[in-house]
Design a protein around this ligand. Structure first.
Ligand SMILES: Nc1ncnc2c1ncn2[C@@H]1O[C@H](COP(=O)(O)OP(=O)(O)OP(=O)(O)O)[C@@H](O)[C@H]1O
Length: 230
């Protein structure tokens, strides 16, 4: 579904990613692990066209996207939930969700399934985004990405700073999406237990390069912990 090949990314003169490759097969959930500052967020931004990528290729369902602007990548089916969540604090929960439909030209509606996945959003539809807790904002950000039915959902550290019960809820949603088979998922995560619970395959990044990869059910916990420990 997603094939990233030999991608390079830089901020000005500073090269952050050096020929990084990663594949996510249709219906899979893949996690990208690594210490702080190794380039994980930059990698996701490269997929979305939010950083300068002088070399490499990003294909979604076989289609090259590397020269396309971010909005076209989103329109082709990538839902991206950034680390900061980017909730509009002065808009209501419902208005934030409606913005998710802009990806497909503002047409369509918020299907009941979204509220089934995140019941808290139904009860809080008229509340301002800024009044929600961090965990509720994270759920809103994921829901907003899902309203456009993305082929590929990309999550940047969805558990960061979030209480355990909400982490469990987010884990349940990811597993549900996998079971449904309609959405392929790529997650950057530092919380190893969560990543192993939801993902089928893992990559480990260090200093702008992939250093390990494999099936999560064959993963050696101690070895990985050493690679991602701060
Ligand atoms: N906008 C920017 N301008 C310049 N350098 C940046 C910018 N954003 C990130 N960097 C640098 O790029 C490198 C990789 O950062 P990145 O945020 O991709 O890492 P990360 O693995 O996602 O870390 P974290 O887990 O802390 O989010 C770091 O050295 C960082 O300082």
């Amino acid at each position: 579904m997603l094939e990233v090949k030999h991608i390079e990314a830089c901020y000005g003169q500073s090269v952050v990613l050096n020929k990084v490759s990663l594949n996510v097969r249709p219906g899979q959930a893949v996690c990208l692990l690594g210490r702080n500052g190794v380039g994980k967020t930059t990698f996701l931004k490269s997929i979305m066209g939010l950083v300068n990528t002088p070399a490499g290729s990003v294909r979604l369902a076989g289609r090259e996207m590397i020269s396309q602007p971010t909005y076209l990548r989103a329109r082709q089916g990538i839902g991206y939930v950034s680390q900061g969540r980017d909730i509009f604090s002065q808009l209501t929960v419902k208005e934030n969700l409606l913005l998710g439909l802009e990806v497909c030209g503002g047409t369509g509606c918020i299907h009941e399934e979204i509220y089934d996945l995140f019941p808290v959003l139904k009860t809080m539809q008229q509340r301002k985004g800024g009044d929600l807790s961090g965990g509720q904002q994270q759920q809103l950000a994921i829901a907003r990405a899902l309203v456009a039915n993305p082929k590929m959902l990309i999550l940047d550290e969805p558990t960061e700073g979030i209480q355990p019960s909400v982490i469990q809820d987010i884990g349940r949603v990811i597993k549900h999406l996998k079971r449904e088979g309609k959405t392929t998922i790529l997650i950057v995560e530092q919380y190893l237990d969560f990543a192993m619970d939801v993902a089928d395959y893992y990559y480990v990044m260090d200093k702008g390069q992939m250093i390990m990869q494999g099936l999560t059910d064959q993963l050696n916990y101690d070895e990985i912990r050493k690679k991602i420990a701060i």
